[in-house]
Design a protein around this ligand. Structure first.
Ligand code: ADP
Ligand code: ZN
Ligand code: ZN
Length: 663
């Protein structure tokens, strides 16, 4: 009987080290728990890694010894280790890569005191739940008392008071001795939710996100692990917190694409949360006014219970929506993006001292700068996409790589020195026009460029809430979860922008964003109005978002996706190959597609491509992709071994996205 050896994954970011290494356990170390962080010799170096298993050593091989233990307390709970293995299988990554991404924050050097929070209880009796809210809550409470895995889709129109349902569900879970995880799509939304939760539940509530200071991060993680903290609020990464007694998970605005991590390992927080809820026999609530088709279908197939709230609380009616067909508008060139009707309505609200939100989902001043002689559009030299002109800084910016350049004096293509022209409308151009039309109005702008400084997002929104501005102009940032009673008019300047993206989710995105942004109107006593400008008034996503009948939207959308085999009716896996030598990348992509086809011949999986990525070149790397479509779940191992060959190559980088978002 030989002694056992430790299976270790090392924390070195290199595809060739993505395998298990075996080490002897030195005398006197005992048998560390799985998930313990250790240092091990690897070639000439000493590196960090984690013990993920024990096995009989191969007697033929002389093993080296573990060099040391970094921390007696393992980095991962049993649950999180299991989760990492599941994620590795599902998302086609190596378990070490997953552990590296979900590992806990470092212990600060100086010892810190974990203060035990005073549990204060506040009452919430001022709000009387509506019948629908109460019915939803009763079902959730019932599930909580059974301690069984249960899934709910809280399908409530915008402004229907979903937050109040979450609060009371959390109250029940806490009373039953459970911990609560509350996921929000964006860090920017955490302070407002945190405030509401702390008012009710005191200091047992904490916020988590990657921008917290190291000390704070560590303290929060520890608090959750030891159970001293009972409620955690945070964006998608909070889904990996080491809960000891998780009993309720809430995913607010579950349809939001921000829940999908857009870099390795490309996980979806909803999927991970569902896994954890099942593991912990917890209740999970997915809340939205515009559920993702995935969740909608899941409910239709009986996997989730639907809790629906069709009415807003008394005194807050849903806004009236008016669709403006831009094709019918007689507009001079200079005003092509503000219809007469909308301008009139804005004027009216300003006179009545009410507030207005204007929404345009495009940053910058003008999307394209082109030469009036040769017609060429100015593009980023690294990333084959057009540059966007920014007015304040008077420069051109690439929205992919962030490169900044000056507006050239002459056309880079033909050398003509005739004036370069702007085409299209970005949010800054709207701002300028609004300033011209309503010089007396106070205008605030909320977009990526105005919110880069810390605290800017809160300051702009806070100012608008305090009525320090009359008009709030913004990109999709204005659509999310805000409650401004002073707003009586919402204008959507171009509903078609998201519709024309080459993405199979573009109709769903359009439907969601229009419904969400419209939902910002009419949250106070004065009824609200929404004006939607579009070139496609008859498109099913725009019609249903504006005029109601969302069952029709979901039916139509499901029909189209089923026909084309898109999620949730089929799986997608995107494999992206990138490298500096275009021909080489293309050759590998060709070969990979052939290998896949061969391996998956007898399975219901179609191999598409290789095709150039929508943006071929980013930061000097050429990108080609191969897409797998069909019943990919059962053939994971085949796909995995196919990919492994290419992952070992030096000149290409392989990027695998399971259930990809954004095309
Ligand atoms: P949602 O998240 O569903 O869009 P919110 O949770 O932001 O909606 O609620 C909108 C507003 O309605 C909030 O100001 C909230 O305080 C209020 N509200 C919620 N429930 C009730 C109720 N039963 N009676 C009166 N007001 C309510
Ligand atoms: Zn030119
Ligand atoms: Zn670029």
């Amino acid at each position: 009987m030989g002694e056992e050896c430790a299976e270790v994954v090392v924390r070195v970011n290199h595809p060739r080290l993505n395998r298990i290494f075996y080490y002897r356990i030195p005398e006197g170390m005992g048998k560390p728990h799985l998930g313990t962080r250790v240092t091990v010799p690897l070639g000439p170096r000493i590196v960090e890694g984690w013990i993920i298993g024990y096995s009989e050593p191969d007697p033929e091989i002389t093993l080296r010894e573990i060099a040391g233990i970094t921390d007696i307390e393992p980095d991962f709970t049993e649950e999180l280790l299991e989760l990492a293995h599941w994620m590795a299988g599902y998302y086609l990554h190596f378990v070490g890569e997953i552990l590296d991404k979900i590992s806990p924050p470092r212990k600060p050097k100086r010892s810190i005191q974990v203060s035990s929070p005073a549990v204060s209880r506040m009452q919430s009796d001022e709000i009387v739940l509506t019948v629908e809210q109460q019915a939803a809550l009763d079902k959730i409470k019932n599930a909580l008392s059974c301690h069984e895995f249960s899934r709910f889709l809280l399908y409530g129109v915008t402004g229907s008071g979903k937050t109040e349902v979450y609060l009371r569900a959390a109250e029940s879970a806490l009373a039953a001795g459970c911990q609560v995880l509350y996921l929000v799509p964006e860090i920017a939304l955490t302070p407002q939710i945190n405030r509401i939760f702390q008012e009710r539940f005191g200091e047992q509530v904490a916020v988590w996100h990657h921008r917290l200071a190291g000390r704070e991060k560590y303290r929060t993680w520890e608090g959750i692990r030891t159970g001293e903290l009972r409620v955690l609020i945070g964006p998608r990464s909070a889904v990996f917190a080491p809960f000891a007694e998780l009993g309720l998970i809430i995913i607010d605005e579950e349809h939001d694409q921000a829940y999908k991590q857009q870099e390795k390992p490309y996980y979806h927080a909803r999927q991970v949360a569902l896994w954890r809820a099942r593991y912990n026999r917890a209740a999970i609530i997915l809340g939205s006014a515009t559920p993702s088709l995935e969740s909608y279908a899941s409910a239709a197939w009986g996997r989730m219970k639907v809790l629906s709230i069709r009415k807003r609380p008394p005194g807050r009616n849903l806004p009236v929506v008016r669709v403006i067909d831009l094709r019918q508008e007689h507009v001079e060139e200079r005003l092509s993006f503000l219809s007469e009707y909308l301008v009139e309505q804005i004027r009216l609200r300003l006179e009545r001292k009410e507030q207005v939100i204007l929404f345009l989902n495009r940053r910058g001043f003008a999307p394209l700068v082109y030469c009036s002689v040769c017609g060429d559009v100015i593009k980023c030299q690294n990333c084959s996409i057009s540059l966007i002109y920014h007015k304040q800084t008077r420069d051109l910016r690439c929205h992919y790589c962030n490169a900044v350049s000056r507006l050239p004096r002459s056309c880079p293509s033909c050398g003509s020195t005739k004036k370069l022209r702007f085409l299209g409308v970005g949010i800054q151009r709207v701002e300028k026009e609004i300033d011209n039309l309503f010089p007396e109005a106070r205008v605030a702008r909320l977009d990526f460029d105005t919110t880069r400084k810390k605290g800017a997002f809160q300051r702009i929104l806070g100012g608008f809430a305090k009525r320090e501005a009359d008009i709030l102009l913004g990109t999709q940032m204005v659509a999310k979860g805000h409650d401004f009673p002073g707003v009586t008019l919402v204008g959507v300047l171009n509903a078609d922008l998201s519709l024309n993206l080459p993405d199979f989710r573009s109709a769903e995105r359009t439907f969601q964003i229009l419904t969400q942004v419209s939902g910002r109107a009419g949250r106070g006593a004065t009824p609200g109005e929404v004006v939607v400008q579009t070139l496609n008034p008859d498109h099913y996503s725009i019609r249903t978002a504006c005029l109601g009948g969302e069952q029709f939207f979901y039916r139509e959308e499901a029909h189209r996706r089923q026909f084309l085999g898109y999620p949730p009716f089929g799986d997608l896996i995107r494999v992206r190959l990138s490298g500096k030598d275009e021909q080489e990348v293309l050759n590998y992509a060709d070969q990979l597609a052939k290998d896949m086809e061969h391996a998956l011949e007898s399975d219901q999986v179609v191999v598409l491509g290789p095709a150039p990525a929508p943006v071929l070149q980013v930061k000097g790397y050429y990108r080609y992709q191969v897409m797998l479509k069909g019943n990919c779940r059962r053939v994971r191992p085949k796909i995995h071994s196919c990919l492994d060959v290419y992952r070992q190559k030096n000149s290409v980088i392989i990027n695998v996205e399971v259930d990809p978002f954004g095309f």
